[in-house]
Design a protein around this ligand. Structure first.
Ligand code: SF4
Ligand code: FES
Length: 245
């Protein structure tokens, strides 16, 4: 199939769209389709399109850009690296651009700097552990409901699509998932209140907006992270502030 791609090209925040035609086959992934285009551009002595990727299996969170205004494109609960060209048809025209958020400055073409997420993690995304041999599995009992909710939150891959989809560029879905992942299990209780206060403070300092209940984040999240995590984070934050954190 022949596709027309309008791709954002540029270094930093300045740039513009360039149009390319590409031959794709149905079994290619979206990133393989871009690989084919990049091979051709390099053969013509032109700069390839810069985009982030690593595992290409939907588990690392490295990939991510907008396709026709939607982070990770049109497939429900699917990263762009796991999206395949079979969902498109001959003659389709696609617009591809980087995530847009002040806290995610554009580096080049489709690549943005998501180090702000790393700084949120550094401010509280850890637990205190004893060094030494790993404890036996089940040595610390966790009730099933909390274990399931913590596991669901832990599936967040830190891709940033939630921020890109939100009209406020809020990082509350990401931050709340990380707080829930650690705060729902016994091992995460020691830092629970400091974690909530510090991660939310860092999120605000990094320039992410606040949640106003649009829900766009959960709509585009490739891992189906639940909005209820934000409510839980707000409850933990309120308690932390009442404790003077
Ligand atoms: S909450 Fe979802 S969209 Fe946001 S960073 Fe995690 S996996 Fe990506
Ligand atoms: S490249 Fe790892 S999730 Fe897409």
């Amino acid at each position: 199939m022949k596709l027309k791609l309008n791709v954002w090209r540029g270094a930093g925040e300045s740039g513009g769209f360039e149009t390319y035609e590409v031959d794709a086959i149905a079994d290619m992934s979206f990133l393989e389709m871009l690989d084919v285009l990049n091979d051709r551009l390099e053969g013509e002595g032109k700069e390839p399109i810069a985009f982030d990727h690593d595992c290409r299996e939907g588990i690392c969170g490295t990939c991510g850009f907008m396709v026709d205004g939607v982070p990770h494109g049109p497939e429900n609960e699917t990263t762009i690296c796991q999206t395949h060209m079979r969902r498109y048809k001959d003659g389709d025209e696609l617009t591809i651009e980087p995530f847009r958020a002040a806290a995610f400055p554009v580096l080049k073409d489709l690549m943005v700097d998501r180090a702000a997420f790393d700084r949120i993690m550094q401010s509280g995304g850890y637990i205190s552990v004893r060094t030494g041999a790993a404890p036996d599995a089940h040595a610390v009992a966790v009730n099933k409901h909390d274990a399931d909710a913590a596991f669901d939150a832990a599936t967040c891959i830190g891709c940033g699509a939630c921020v890109a989809a939100c009209p406020n560029a809020s990082a509350m879905l990401f931050t709340s998932a990380k707080i829930a992942h650690l705060g729902l299990i016994p091992q995460g209780q020691v830092e629970r209140w400091d974690r909530a206060a510090n991660m939310v403070d860092t999120m605000d300092d990094e320039g992410f907006g606040g949640c106003t209940n649009h829900g766009e984040c959960a709509e585009v999240c490739p891992k189906g992270i639940d909005l209820g995590n934000i409510a839980r984070m707000n409850r933990d934050l309120l308690k932390a502030k009442l404790m003077g954190k």
